[in-house]
Design a protein around this ligand. Sequence first.
Ligand SMILES: NC(=O)c1ccc[n+]([C@@H]2O[C@H](COP(=O)([O-])OP(=O)(O)OC[C@H]3O[C@@H](n4cnc5c(N)ncnc54)[C@H](OP(=O)(O)O)[C@@H]3O)[C@@H](O)[C@H]2O)c1
Length: 326
Amino acid sequence: MGPSPIGINEDTSLISNSLFANPLIIFPFQSNFFNYKNLLKKESKSSIPMGSYGQEVVLITGCSQGGIGHALAKEFAANNCLVVATSRSLNSMRDLDQDHRFYLQELNVLSEESIQHVMSNVLEKFGRVDILVNNSGIQCVAPLAEVPLSALQKTFDTNLYGPIRLIQAAVPHMASRKKGKIVNVGSVSAMAPIPWAGVYTATKAALHSLSDTLRLELKPLGIDVINVVPGAIKSNIGNSAIASYNQMPEWKLYKPFEAAIKERAYFSQGIKSTPTDEFAKKTVSAILKKNPPAWFSSGHYSTIMSIMYHLPLCVRDFIIRRAFKC
Ligand SMILES: NC(=O)c1ccc[n+]([C@@H]2O[C@H](COP(=O)([O-])OP(=O)(O)OC[C@H]3O[C@@H](n4cnc5c(N)ncnc54)[C@H](OP(=O)(O)O)[C@@H]3O)[C@@H](O)[C@H]2O)c1
């Protein structure tokens, strides 16, 4: 779905609820495809620790300290959830180490093996995953005409194929319980792409589109899909972007734009950027609703980007070219 024309927190669950009230009318072939009974038989609750019934088990990717995932992990825990906080290295989450509300796991979204390993550990420990949050992501700052294909591929692999790998690992289990929520963290940047981040915004636009299809395909399985669309949020994303940028080759046509390109890496990290804990509070509250919104956008620039999305392209281009001097 696209952003709301009137606001930034649009709930289309009413539409999808009524559409699927009688799914057999819409999908007469569905009973053959989605045989819940067999799936339900496979559910095992024997491994659920005492006292965890009623608590939501939330698996989040990219929980390094200082980032959005870390703040989401703490906020879910504050809302009585059991949190599987994952990141590429346990060291990046060591402040959560002694807190019994967190189950820390190393997970690299590029590796199917790593995902399967974590998923089986989680199912063994808790017997379920109620909420999957695909949060991990990387920036890629470079002009599209010269960006090395390897950088483009790595960004798609992390920001798009990574979430798909996790979704495919979690959905069979969620479907077996006919319950679950999948949260994909997109970006407002995809709503009005600005120069020098074309690869990143393309991955996020693709993730938004994927969430829209998933929402329809997973509803009959009892799984909600929530597209979380952050504005500018204080995190490590600018520093990580510059570290990757420093590995790029020297530009041929775009040498004169070098300073502007580097500036784009920190675009979301200005003094008015929303603090991660403030963003996490609002986001977790939306996700934990009984009927969560299909689209939830919050943070600095989220309103302006929502307006920009609806402007005629010539007006939008005029504004962006003036602002970015290109
Ligand atoms: N901050 C913003 O203004 C903003 C705006 C819109 C959208 N977003 C999105 O919000 C999400 C979180 O970003 P953030 O701002 O919190 O940035 P961040 O502080 O850089 O966090 C990104 C996280 O993703 C992890 N990650 C990167 N590659 C990974 C991989 N292959 N496997 C597993 N984890 C990996 C990072 O791990 P390492 O620490 O190991 O690198 C880190 O934990 C991203 O999807 C981002 O695109 C952010």
